[in-house]
Design a binder for this molecule. Structure first.
Ligand SMILES: Nc1ncnc2c1ncn2[C@@H]1O[C@H](COP(=O)(O)OP(=O)(O)OP(=O)(O)O)[C@@H](O)[C@H]1O
Length: 342
């Protein structure tokens, strides 16, 4: 189908006295998947534009799937002088990995993505900002390590799998020591992890956030300039309900959401090779489409993923031929291409 046909179809639809064709910023067609990016004059019109466009365009012959996205035209939230966002010096791309719910595999994704970036030849740092449940040291097999400071009192990160790694776990006397700090102390520690660690120059710094939409996420987003957020979810309704909140939070604080990663998407029976969508099929895609987001990839449930998290050799490193490792590498490529394009 021709672009003219698409534009004519959109010209027949109006929202707030404007033809939809006048709001089109970009059109991309890959195979039979059509992606239309609209300028959004007013946030309250988002769902009306999406519904009308999707309804009309799916009638056009040759289009298999319609994705509607919006160019973010809203100015970043007003920042008080106390919350001026700072860019981390020497860091090309700072990306955060978040989730709405706990236990959906956020840390697993953060760790494997970081290793995947490193395998692609990038200089990578990984900051475990999940201060109440730091699992990065275990997942990388460095849980008994302690960090040292240099002559200028700058923390020297631990090096593993070619990455620089920092976690609150390196400061606790033992794995079983709970962190009994109040909010302001926590935030001070996190700021130190960002600004007083000798990260050097990095292509990617990956931040594993705590789950949910709490103080840590908000304060970080208000203090540090972030280049993109990735939201991890499983296909269950309970996880999807909360992931919406995470997406809305990132949008509200002006952090671009790079996309959603579907974890525990399916299981392949080793005996028969049959694929089972244990937590449901297509739900994450449906959610992403409704919010104008990309699904960056789907990670299967694989025993190797959890086994290697426990043994400290992430699946991308230990089983590079597994479906999950390949999915992580592919997602890392997609993200790097997207960020390099900007
Ligand atoms: N695709 C997968 N296949 C098999 N096991 C997985 C997969 N993803 C995660 N797991 C396992 O699920 C458990 C939870 O994962 P993880 O700790 O990464 O979740 P989280 O969202 O970071 O949790 P928290 O909210 O506690 O920070 C771990 O044991 C991990 O090994």
């Amino acid at each position: 189908m021709a672009v003219k046909e698409i534009m004519d179809t959109l010209a027949n639809q109006t929202v707030a006295n404007k033809k939809l064709s006048e709001l089109v910023k970009d059109i991309r067609l890959v195979g039979n998947v059509l992606e239309v990016i609209f300028m959004l004059p007013d946030r309250t019109l988002e769902s009306e534009i999406r519904e009308k466009a999707m309804q009309a365009l799916k009638e056009v012959e040759g289009i298999g799937e319609v994705r509607v996205r919006f160019a973010d035209m809203t100015p970043p939230p007003q920042q008080s002088p106390a919350f001026q966002r700072r860019r981390l010096p020497g860091i090309k791309h700072l990306i955060v990995v978040g989730s709405g719910k706990g236990g959906v595999g956020k840390s697993t994704v953060a760790v494997n993505l970081a290793v995947a970036f490193s395998k692609l030849g990038y200089k990578v740092g990984l900051l475990d900002a999940d201060i109440y449940g730091p699992s990065v040291p275990t997942m990388l097999g460095i849980k008994n390590q302690k960090v040292e400071v240099d002559a200028f009192q700058r923390i020297i990160p631990i090096e593993k799998y070619g990455m620089k790694v920092m976690s609150i776990g390196f400061l606790l006397p033992s794995e079983d020591t709970p962190l009994i700090w109040r909010g302001p102390m926590l935030m001070k520690a996190l700021m130190q992890f960002l600004f007083d660690v000798k990260w050097g120059s990095l292509d990617f710094l990956v931040l594993d956030l705590p789950p949910g939409t709490g103080d840590v996420q908000l304060t970080l987003a208000q203090t540090v300039e972030m280049d993109g957020a990735i939201v991890v979810t499983t296909p269950q309704d309970v996880a999807l309900a909360d992931v919406k909140k995470a997406v809305v939070m990132f949008k509200e604080v002006g952090v671009p959401v790079l996309g959603v990663i579907e974890n525990m998407a399916y299981f392949v029976c080793p005996e028969t090779g049959n694929k089972y969508y244990i937590f449901g099929k297509g739900r994450v895609l449906g959610f992403a489409q409704a919010y104008g987001l990309n699904v960056l990839g789907s990670i299967p449930i694989e025993p190797e993923v959890s086994e290697t998290s426990d043994t400290g050799v992430p699946v991308v490193e230990s089983y590079p031929e597994s479906a999950s490792a390949k999915a992580f590498l592919n997602i890392a490529k997609i993200i790097s291409q997207e960020l390099e394009r900007r």
